[in-house]
Design a protein around this ligand. Structure first.
Ligand SMILES: N[C@@H](CCC(=O)N[C@@H](CS)C(=O)NCC(=O)O)C(=O)O
Length: 251
Protein backbone atom coordinates (compact mmCIF):
# COMPACT_ATOMS: atom_id res chain seq x y z
CA UNK A 1 0.00 0.00 0.00
CA UNK A 2 1.38 3.45 -0.81
CA UNK A 3 2.22 5.67 2.15
CA UNK A 4 -0.84 7.52 3.37
CA UNK A 5 -0.68 11.11 4.50
CA UNK A 6 -1.48 11.60 8.14
CA UNK A 7 -1.88 15.31 8.65
CA UNK A 8 -1.75 16.55 12.19
CA UNK A 9 -4.01 19.55 12.16
CA UNK A 10 -4.85 22.37 14.43
CA UNK A 11 -7.32 22.33 17.28
CA UNK A 12 -4.49 22.93 19.74
CA UNK A 13 -2.40 25.47 17.89
CA UNK A 14 -5.47 27.36 16.73
CA UNK A 15 -6.39 27.78 20.34
CA UNK A 16 -2.90 29.04 21.14
CA UNK A 17 -1.82 25.70 22.60
CA UNK A 18 1.44 23.94 21.74
CA UNK A 19 1.29 21.55 18.80
CA UNK A 20 4.62 19.69 18.85
CA UNK A 21 4.97 16.28 20.30
CA UNK A 22 7.11 14.23 22.64
CA UNK A 23 4.88 11.54 24.18
CA UNK A 24 4.43 8.16 22.52
CA UNK A 25 1.64 5.85 23.56
CA UNK A 26 2.94 2.32 23.18
CA UNK A 27 -0.46 0.81 22.44
CA UNK A 28 -0.87 2.65 19.17
CA UNK A 29 2.54 4.16 18.44
CA UNK A 30 1.13 7.61 17.73
CA UNK A 31 3.03 10.65 18.78
CA UNK A 32 1.03 13.12 20.75
CA UNK A 33 1.95 16.24 22.62
CA UNK A 34 3.16 15.65 26.13
CA UNK A 35 1.57 18.92 27.23
CA UNK A 36 -1.67 17.49 25.91
CA UNK A 37 -1.55 14.38 28.12
CA UNK A 38 -4.77 15.45 29.83
CA UNK A 39 -6.29 16.40 26.53
CA UNK A 40 -8.24 14.66 23.88
CA UNK A 41 -7.02 13.77 20.43
CA UNK A 42 -9.79 13.28 17.91
CA UNK A 43 -8.59 10.90 15.19
CA UNK A 44 -10.63 11.93 12.20
CA UNK A 45 -10.86 9.78 9.11
CA UNK A 46 -11.78 11.96 6.14
CA UNK A 47 -15.46 11.88 5.11
CA UNK A 48 -16.57 9.60 7.91
CA UNK A 49 -18.64 9.34 11.05
CA UNK A 50 -15.80 10.86 13.03
CA UNK A 51 -17.03 14.25 11.78
CA UNK A 52 -19.53 13.89 14.62
CA UNK A 53 -16.79 14.02 17.23
CA UNK A 54 -15.08 17.06 15.73
CA UNK A 55 -18.48 18.75 15.62
CA UNK A 56 -19.31 17.88 19.24
CA UNK A 57 -15.97 19.29 20.45
CA UNK A 58 -16.67 22.48 18.52
CA UNK A 59 -20.22 22.77 19.90
CA UNK A 60 -19.05 22.28 23.48
CA UNK A 61 -15.77 24.19 23.05
CA UNK A 62 -13.85 21.21 24.39
CA UNK A 63 -10.11 21.68 23.71
CA UNK A 64 -8.84 18.93 21.42
CA UNK A 65 -6.09 18.08 19.01
CA UNK A 66 -7.32 17.07 15.60
CA UNK A 67 -5.39 14.37 13.79
CA UNK A 68 -6.63 13.80 10.25
CA UNK A 69 -6.19 10.68 8.17
CA UNK A 70 -7.03 10.26 4.50
CA UNK A 71 -8.83 7.18 3.28
CA UNK A 72 -6.81 4.71 1.26
CA UNK A 73 -7.32 5.95 -2.31
CA UNK A 74 -7.79 2.44 -3.72
CA UNK A 75 -9.99 0.77 -1.09
CA UNK A 76 -11.59 3.91 0.40
CA UNK A 77 -11.06 2.24 3.79
CA UNK A 78 -9.12 3.63 6.74
CA UNK A 79 -5.32 3.60 6.26
CA UNK A 80 -3.11 1.24 8.27
CA UNK A 81 -2.22 4.03 10.72
CA UNK A 82 -5.89 4.44 11.56
CA UNK A 83 -6.51 0.71 11.79
CA UNK A 84 -3.66 0.46 14.32
CA UNK A 85 -5.42 2.81 16.74
CA UNK A 86 -8.10 0.37 17.92
CA UNK A 87 -8.77 -3.34 17.32
CA UNK A 88 -11.89 -2.52 15.26
CA UNK A 89 -9.89 -0.19 13.00
CA UNK A 90 -12.86 2.06 12.19
CA UNK A 91 -13.65 5.72 12.75
CA UNK A 92 -14.19 7.48 15.07
CA UNK A 93 -11.50 6.94 17.67
CA UNK A 94 -10.38 9.33 20.39
CA UNK A 95 -7.43 9.12 22.71
CA UNK A 96 -7.53 10.74 26.12
CA UNK A 97 -4.30 10.08 28.01
CA UNK A 98 -3.92 6.30 28.01
CA UNK A 99 -7.55 5.73 27.01
CA UNK A 100 -8.35 4.73 23.42
CA UNK A 101 -12.09 4.88 22.79
CA UNK A 102 -14.02 3.96 19.66
CA UNK A 103 -17.71 3.97 18.66
CA UNK A 104 -19.50 7.27 17.95
CA UNK A 105 -22.19 6.96 20.59
CA UNK A 106 -19.78 5.92 23.34
CA UNK A 107 -17.38 8.74 22.47
CA UNK A 108 -20.14 11.32 22.43
CA UNK A 109 -21.52 10.22 25.79
CA UNK A 110 -17.99 10.10 27.23
CA UNK A 111 -17.11 13.63 26.10
CA UNK A 112 -20.43 15.10 27.20
CA UNK A 113 -20.22 13.56 30.66
CA UNK A 114 -16.51 14.01 31.24
CA UNK A 115 -15.81 17.37 29.62
CA UNK A 116 -19.17 18.91 28.73
CA UNK A 117 -20.97 19.11 32.11
CA UNK A 118 -23.78 17.10 30.56
CA UNK A 119 -24.52 19.83 27.99
CA UNK A 120 -26.30 18.65 24.82
CA UNK A 121 -27.63 15.55 26.61
CA UNK A 122 -31.19 15.28 27.94
CA UNK A 123 -31.61 13.94 31.47
CA UNK A 124 -34.18 11.48 32.76
CA UNK A 125 -35.95 14.31 34.58
CA UNK A 126 -36.94 15.98 31.29
CA UNK A 127 -40.17 15.31 29.38
CA UNK A 128 -38.25 14.62 26.15
CA UNK A 129 -35.79 12.12 27.65
CA UNK A 130 -37.24 9.16 25.73
CA UNK A 131 -37.26 11.13 22.47
CA UNK A 132 -33.62 12.01 23.00
CA UNK A 133 -32.69 8.37 23.63
CA UNK A 134 -34.71 7.11 20.69
CA UNK A 135 -33.13 9.42 18.11
CA UNK A 136 -29.64 9.21 19.59
CA UNK A 137 -29.76 5.42 19.16
CA UNK A 138 -31.87 5.29 15.99
CA UNK A 139 -28.96 6.87 14.09
CA UNK A 140 -26.54 3.97 14.48
CA UNK A 141 -28.99 1.29 15.57
CA UNK A 142 -31.28 1.45 12.54
CA UNK A 143 -30.53 4.24 10.08
CA UNK A 144 -26.85 3.54 9.44
CA UNK A 145 -27.29 -0.26 9.15
CA UNK A 146 -30.12 0.20 6.66
CA UNK A 147 -28.02 2.54 4.53
CA UNK A 148 -25.02 0.19 4.79
CA UNK A 149 -27.27 -2.66 3.67
CA UNK A 150 -28.20 -0.72 0.54
CA UNK A 151 -24.53 -0.06 -0.23
CA UNK A 152 -23.63 -3.74 0.16
CA UNK A 153 -26.58 -4.78 -2.00
CA UNK A 154 -25.55 -2.46 -4.79
CA UNK A 155 -21.88 -3.54 -4.55
CA UNK A 156 -23.12 -7.12 -4.92
CA UNK A 157 -24.98 -5.99 -8.03
CA UNK A 158 -28.49 -6.68 -6.72
CA UNK A 159 -31.02 -5.02 -9.00
CA UNK A 160 -34.26 -3.16 -8.24
CA UNK A 161 -36.58 -6.18 -8.45
CA UNK A 162 -34.41 -8.41 -6.25
CA UNK A 163 -36.36 -9.30 -3.04
CA UNK A 164 -33.38 -8.57 -0.76
CA UNK A 165 -32.89 -5.23 -2.48
CA UNK A 166 -36.63 -4.51 -2.13
CA UNK A 167 -36.55 -5.34 1.58
CA UNK A 168 -33.52 -3.09 2.15
CA UNK A 169 -35.05 -0.29 0.11
CA UNK A 170 -38.29 -0.52 2.06
CA UNK A 171 -36.43 -0.34 5.38
CA UNK A 172 -34.45 2.68 4.24
CA UNK A 173 -37.59 4.40 2.88
CA UNK A 174 -39.39 3.84 6.18
CA UNK A 175 -36.46 5.28 8.13
CA UNK A 176 -36.40 8.42 5.97
CA UNK A 177 -40.20 8.72 6.21
CA UNK A 178 -40.03 8.54 10.00
CA UNK A 179 -37.32 11.21 10.09
CA UNK A 180 -39.34 13.44 7.75
CA UNK A 181 -42.39 13.09 9.99
CA UNK A 182 -40.39 13.90 13.12
CA UNK A 183 -38.82 16.99 11.59
CA UNK A 184 -42.26 18.17 10.48
CA UNK A 185 -43.25 18.26 14.16
CA UNK A 186 -40.13 19.61 15.88
CA UNK A 187 -37.08 21.70 15.02
CA UNK A 188 -34.56 19.18 16.37
CA UNK A 189 -34.70 15.46 16.97
CA UNK A 190 -35.20 15.63 20.74
CA UNK A 191 -37.64 18.55 20.50
CA UNK A 192 -37.19 22.30 20.41
CA UNK A 193 -33.49 22.31 21.37
CA UNK A 194 -30.40 21.11 19.57
CA UNK A 195 -28.89 18.08 21.35
CA UNK A 196 -26.40 15.29 20.83
CA UNK A 197 -29.21 13.32 19.14
CA UNK A 198 -28.78 15.77 16.24
CA UNK A 199 -25.04 15.12 16.19
CA UNK A 200 -25.73 11.40 15.89
CA UNK A 201 -28.52 11.77 13.31
CA UNK A 202 -26.92 14.23 10.92
CA UNK A 203 -24.37 11.88 9.37
CA UNK A 204 -26.88 9.43 7.77
CA UNK A 205 -28.84 12.41 6.44
CA UNK A 206 -25.84 14.25 5.03
CA UNK A 207 -22.32 12.89 4.45
CA UNK A 208 -23.57 9.29 4.21
CA UNK A 209 -25.26 10.30 0.96
CA UNK A 210 -21.80 10.39 -0.60
CA UNK A 211 -21.99 6.57 -0.32
CA UNK A 212 -25.73 5.75 -0.38
CA UNK A 213 -27.62 8.15 -2.57
CA UNK A 214 -31.02 9.48 -1.58
CA UNK A 215 -33.15 12.05 -3.33
CA UNK A 216 -34.24 14.57 -0.70
CA UNK A 217 -36.51 16.56 -3.02
CA UNK A 218 -39.71 14.90 -1.70
CA UNK A 219 -38.56 15.45 1.92
CA UNK A 220 -38.95 19.19 2.66
CA UNK A 221 -38.69 18.93 6.45
CA UNK A 222 -35.37 17.12 6.21
CA UNK A 223 -34.14 19.75 3.76
CA UNK A 224 -35.19 22.58 6.10
CA UNK A 225 -33.47 20.83 9.00
CA UNK A 226 -30.24 20.42 7.05
CA UNK A 227 -30.31 24.11 6.22
CA UNK A 228 -30.76 24.91 9.93
CA UNK A 229 -27.81 22.75 10.85
CA UNK A 230 -25.69 24.35 8.12
CA UNK A 231 -26.19 27.70 9.82
CA UNK A 232 -24.53 26.50 13.03
CA UNK A 233 -21.05 28.04 13.36
CA UNK A 234 -19.72 24.98 15.21
CA UNK A 235 -20.83 22.65 12.42
CA UNK A 236 -19.23 24.85 9.79
CA UNK A 237 -15.98 25.02 11.78
CA UNK A 238 -15.98 21.24 12.20
CA UNK A 239 -16.32 20.57 8.48
CA UNK A 240 -13.77 23.24 7.61
CA UNK A 241 -11.21 21.74 9.99
CA UNK A 242 -12.02 18.07 9.48
CA UNK A 243 -12.88 17.88 5.79
CA UNK A 244 -11.73 21.10 4.16
CA UNK A 245 -12.27 19.70 0.65
CA UNK A 246 -15.86 18.62 1.35
CA UNK A 247 -18.85 20.81 0.61
CA UNK A 248 -21.23 19.90 3.42
CA UNK A 249 -23.96 17.66 2.00
CA UNK A 250 -26.89 19.70 3.21
CA UNK A 251 -29.15 19.81 0.16
N1 LIG B 1 -20.80 2.13 14.62
C1 LIG B 1 -19.49 2.63 14.33
C2 LIG B 1 -19.28 2.60 12.84
C3 LIG B 1 -17.91 3.05 12.44
C4 LIG B 1 -17.65 2.94 10.94
O1 LIG B 1 -18.19 2.07 10.24
N2 LIG B 1 -16.77 3.83 10.43
C5 LIG B 1 -16.42 3.88 9.03
C6 LIG B 1 -16.44 5.32 8.55
S1 LIG B 1 -17.99 6.04 8.45
C7 LIG B 1 -15.00 3.43 8.81
O2 LIG B 1 -14.15 3.62 9.66
N3 LIG B 1 -14.72 2.94 7.61
C8 LIG B 1 -13.39 2.70 7.17
C9 LIG B 1 -12.95 1.26 7.29
O3 LIG B 1 -13.80 0.40 7.53
O4 LIG B 1 -11.76 1.02 7.13
C10 LIG B 1 -19.34 4.03 14.95
O5 LIG B 1 -20.29 4.81 14.87
O6 LIG B 1 -18.30 4.35 15.52
Amino acid sequence: MPPVAVNPLVGGSERGLPSQSCGIYPHHGLKVTEEFDAMITVHHLGVSQSERVVWLCEELAIPYTLQRYDRDPATRLAPAEYKALHPMGIAPVITDGSLVLAESGAIIEYLIEKYGNGRLAVGADRANFADYLFWFHFANGTMMPSEMGSIIASVLGLKEGNPVMAMLQDRSDRAFALVERRLGDVAYFAGSEFTAADIMMLFPLSTMRAFAQRDLSPLPHIRAYLKRIGERPAYRRAIKKGDPQLSPMLD
